[in-house]
Design a protein around this ligand. Sequence first.
Ligand SMILES: [Zn+2]
Ligand SMILES: [Zn+2]
Length: 359
Amino acid sequence: MTQVTDHGGGVRSIRVPIPDNPLGHTLVYLVATDAGPVLVDTGWDDPASWDTLTRGITACGTSVEEIHGVVITHHHPDHHGLSGRVREASGAWIAMHAADTAIVRRTRENRPERWFAYMAAKLEASGAPEEHIAPLRETDRPSRRPGTLPGFSPALPDREIVPGELLPLPGRRLRAIWTPGHTPGHVCLHLEEAHPARLPGNGRLFSGDHLLPRITPHIGLYEDPDTHGRPPTANGIESLGEIADPLGDYLDSLERVGRLAPAEVLPAHQHVFTDAPSRVTELLAHHEERLDGLLTLLSTPLTPWQLAERMEWNRPWAEIPYGSRNIAVSEAEAHIRRLVKLGRAEAVPGSDPVTYAAV
Ligand SMILES: [Zn+2]
Ligand SMILES: [Zn+2]
């Protein structure tokens, strides 16, 4: 089965597998430029993924040694995982938004122990039960900790993607659109060139994980053990006011790419699609509905953990594996932060761990 699709106008995609992941694959795009081929994202760091990527690049009529540059939509390992190997093979530069580069730098500098300690403190503040937190505290038995954190030494980018600017790609017009929410430095890349099949609309958009045809991305909390992303405290309202509102950022970024009205969206997962404005409208409605549903749940004060237990997921809470529960509770917290920002919920004074209630 061919892993390469020609999208016309010097744009091809390579389906690079993500091992043991229901998403299946990352769509890595190869964009021809006058200075040589440029990749948008690279894929998961795994031998089979590397093979698929390099064979795909060859099937596009070039080779990994010829890659001129790597443009990364965001730091996640299914997008940035193979960037270092591509750079080693080719001497290509790697470009990323500064906010995600900061996360890469932190990941490279922090020891895993520090991250586990932070996670334990954060889960405790979210109201997680002790039996869920305990495995994270086993600092002497790292092998017994649940889950693994991939990409503890991701490649440090050597160029910055500056929002609003054209990337320096000779012969092409590719503009960076900052779309925080899924990660703080997520970017979409707008190819400001007529669609090769003359589809109506405004160029084409490489949307990364920001805008996908059939799923909605996880909203991260922009975790930073050193500065923002602190666990909320009992004087919750002030601290929540200061910390990030990633869901709010995401919804704003969605409206932003909806207004661009690209003729075609080239996402990093699933498949290419048209009519971005309708997809944006659908997603905004979905999130509005979800926030309303959560407000109903918050008629009783709940911790983020308790809210996560009661929220609707793709399977019952009891069947959600360990690592996914951690993601679910951060998702619950992102929604609480949004409701607090909107003045529709607030922290219950004196509660410990902090509970939140609709107002
Ligand atoms: Zn991602
Ligand atoms: Zn992804």
